[in-house]
Design a protein around this ligand. Structure first.
Ligand code: ATP
Length: 313
């Protein structure tokens, strides 16, 4: 649905985006991540035809914007990092204006429904100048959804929102995705990306340094997984039984909690509970500790930075 082939942007002798090959499949929510200055916004602007690539191309629905500029644009909804609003208009007037531009059928119903979804229907007759940053951001999300686009491209869609607003927009994103929309989200809020996205691409210094599902990104980086086994009653027989299993690397008992480190190739919780039962014990709870996306992000980008520094030495 969204594809870039060797996409590159140079500003003088500085390369903002380097030979980028991105693939966002139909129906997925793709998290586009990277530290400040990594090249995410430049990439998004190239996808939207707002910045001209130095080399390479971007394709949406298999076509370049050159092939069908207006046809493609009509099928995309965009939430930009900074919202430019007509501040003298009320939220209602502003959204109806865009609904008319997009030729939205049943405009009143559509605008009302979306405003209700982000809890702003009751404030619809206030001018946008008086809106808070978070409210403005929600209006930006609503505007992007008005014409029911097939692709949604969102640059920092929840950066100014409070926890309620984040949940509203998250639910909206998930709902739109379930209806079939393909969504690319660029965000620094990694816990949010972790909850919403199916796959992520991590950029650093203009280069895509990782692109995979969340689970694969995590497991690629760890050489063991820790499972906390809460036992009804701990006893040495259980510890001995678990320590002897081929996939167990280490065990440590803290009260009734047995910490078991296993190899990362598989989820061993079922094997562990069977082994506890065979040793006469009862499992009360099992918790598989996972690397957070934040840990993975830092590990991946730091590794890339040290590779770059290594090359420069
Ligand atoms: P952030 O997370 O801070 O928004 P980003 O990943 O979106 O960062 P970009 O805005 O794409 O990063 O910027 C990538 C690099 O390109 C930065 O070093 C930036 O200074 C540079 N850059 C962007 N636009 C221009 C421009 N018009 N002229 C020169 N350099 C630019």
């Amino acid at each position: 649905m969204i594809q870039t082939i060797g996409l590159t942007k140079e500003y003088g002798d500085f390369t903002a985006v380097r030979d980028l090959n991105l693939h966002v499949e139909k129906g997925e929510i793709y998290g586009f991540l990277g530290p400040n200055g990594a090249g995410k916004t430049t990439t998004i602007l190239m996808l939207l035809g707002l910045v001209k690539p130095t080399r390479g191309e971007a394709r949406l629905f298999g076509k370049t914007l050159m092939e069908d500029y207006f046809g493609l644009k009509r099928r995309i909804g965009v939430v930009s990092e900074v919202q430019y609003m007509y501040e003298e208009m009320t939220a209602w007037e502003y959204l109806c204006f865009f609904a008319d531009l997009y030729g939205v059928k049943d405009k009143v119903k559509r605008v009302s429904e979306l405003l209700e979804r982000v809890q702003l229907y009751d404030r619809r007759n206030e001018v946008l100048r008086g809106y808070s940053k978070g409210m403005t951001q929600k209006i930006g999300v609503v505007r992007a959804l008005l014409h029911d686009p097939d692709i949604l491209i969102m640059d920092e869609p929840v950066s100014s929102l409070d926890p309620y607003g984040i949940k509203e927009v998250r639910d909206l994103i998930k709902e739109e995705n379930q209806k079939g929309k393909t969504i690319l989200i660029s965000s620094h809020l990694l816990s949010e990306v972790e909850r919403t996205c199916h796959r992520v691409g991590i950029m650093n210094a203009g280069t895509l340094v990782a692109e995979d599902t969340m689970d694969n990104i995590r497991t690629r980086l760890v050489d063991e997984v820790e499972i906390e086994v809460e036992l009804e009653t701990a006893n040495p027989k259980i510890v001995e039984a678990l320590s002897g299993l081929p996939f167990v690397k280490r065990t440590q008992l803290n009260g009734n909690i047995l910490e078991v480190s296993t190899s990362p190739d598989k989820d061993y919780r079922l094997d562990i509970s069977k082994a506890v039962a065979a040793a006469g014990g009862v499992v009360v709870g099992l918790n598989r500790k996972q690397m957070s996306l934040e840990d993975a992000f830092i590990t991946i980008t730091e590794k890339h930075i040290s590779q770059l520094t290594g090359k420069e030495d």
